[in-house]
Write a protein of this length. Structure first.
Length: 139
């Protein structure tokens, strides 16, 4: 006896190219409508990076202060590794700088390297020796 295989053709339900394109266009329009309302949230989320890194700079400066009774303007001296910014093929959205450091005070700043919401204003955050973290320029 021979086993005969019966192959039956079934028609599968699917979408054609025009239907897929219409769906993609509708999704694109919805994203364009929602994007302006989401921009402040994106800016706020990216600013958390600056706040976190400035707090880390504060902690390393305080440790250096307890060891040497002074603050420093040199990141290498305090043991802070500067993250590579997106302009340097890194992941950081901010560049960091210690503006001033004396025996009793220091001031560090984080400046955005990209304009998050496209208005031409770059976000700037600042921290001092008393851990006063404030947004100097809001994006």
């Amino acid at each position: 006896m021979k086993n005969k295989l019966n192959f039956t053709t079934k028609k599968l339900n699917s979408f054609n190219l025009q239907e897929m394109l219409v769906v993609l266009v509708i999704i694109g329009i919805l994203i364009l409508i929602a994007l302006p309302s989401l921009m402040p949230l994106i800016s706020k989320a990216k600013s958390i990076e600056a706040q976190t890194q400035l707090k880390h700079i504060y902690n390393t400066e305080r440790t250096f202060f307890f060891m040497y009774s002074k603050y420093s303007t040199d990141f290498n001296e305090i043991g802070f590794e500067i993250p590579k910014s997106v302009t340097e093929n890194g992941n950081a959205n901010y560049v960091y700088e210690i503006l001033s450091a004396t025996n009793n005070t220091f001031k560090a700043v984080a400046t955005a390297v990209t304009d998050f919401d496209g208005d031409g204003i770059f976000n700037v955050w600042e921290i001092d020796q008393d851990q006063n973290l404030k947004e100097i320029i809001k994006d």
